[in-house]
Design a protein around this ligand. Structure first.
Ligand SMILES: [Zn+2]
Length: 196
C-alpha cells in the first residue's frame, strides 16, 4: 500500500481526535478513493492513532477483499463514491452536529463564516443509522448537492477531492453547530430567519 495513503489517513485521523471532532476513540471513519480502489479505516481502529495495519484496501464496487475487517460503514462509503464525485470521505461523531441534529430538521448557519460557506446543512433522519441500507440509499443523493450532511443522532459525513477538503467541511459544519449552541445558551436568537 502507498505510504502516502497511510500518512494522509493517519494525519487527518489525528486532527479529528485532537480537535474533539470525534468523541469516542474508536468510532468514525475516513477513506480515500484511488481509481477503482478504496482505502478505509479498519473496523475498531483508533481514529487518532492509525498505522498501516489500520488501513484496509478494498474495491469501490462490490468486492469481498478486506470487507470483513473494513469499517462497519464501508457500504455507505462505497455508495457515496459510486454516486458522487467524491475522492475522499470523512465521517466523524461530531458532538455539536449530533446534538443539534436531534432537535432540528435542518441546520441553517447564523454566523458569517458559516453563511459564507453553506446555505444549510441537511439532516438525514433514518430508522437505523449505523451501516444501514437506508443510509446507503439516501445519503449519496444528498451529497450530490452538498459537501456535508448530518445523519441525525449519528454524525457528520463530508466529502471532497481529498481528505483535507472533506476534513475542512467537517470542521465548518461543527463550527456552525457550535455557534448556534453557544448563542442559544446566551439566550440569543438562533433561527436564521430571525437573525438576518
Ligand atoms: Zn458513525
Amino acid at each position: 500500500m502507498d505510504e502516502d495513503i497511510v500518512e494522509e489517513m493517519s494525519k487527518y485521523g489525528k486532527f479529528l481526535e485532537n480537535r474533539g471532532l470525534n468523541l469516542s476513540s474508536h468510532s468514525g471513519n475516513i477513506s480515500i478513493r484511488r481509481g477503482e480502489r478504496l482505502y478505509i479505516k479498519r473496523r475498531g481502529a483508533m481514529m487518532g492513532d492509525m498505522s498501516e495495519e489500520d488501513v484496509v484496501e478494498t474495491g469501490v464496487k462490490e468486492d469481498d477483499s478486506g470487507v470483513i475487517i473494513a469499517s462497519t460503514e464501508v457500504g455507505v462509503h462505497r455508495a457515496i463514491y459510486q454516486n458522487t464525485s467524491a475522492l475522499a470521505i470523512v465521517h466523524a461523531h461530531t458532538p455539536y452536529a449530533i446534538s443539534l441534529s436531534l432537535v432540528r430538521d435542518e441546520i441553517v448557519p447564523i454566523d458569517d463564516e458559516g453563511r459564507y460557506h453553506l446555505k444549510k446543512v441537511p439532516v438525514l433522519e433514518v430508522e437505523e443509522s449505523i451501516g444501514s441500507d437506508e443510509v446507503e440509499e439516501r445519503l449519496p443523493e444528498i451529497l450530490q448537492d452538498y459537501n456535508a450532511a448530518i445523519v441525525k443522532g449519528h454524525g457528520t459525513f463530508a466529502h471532497g477531492e481529498n481528505l483535507e477538503e472533506a476534513y475542512n467541511w467537517v470542521t465548518v459544519v461543527e463550527s456552525i453547530c457550535r455557534i448556534i449552541y453557544l448563542v442559544e445558551n446566551l439566550g440569543g436568537e438562533t433561527r436564521a430567519e430571525e437573525v438576518w
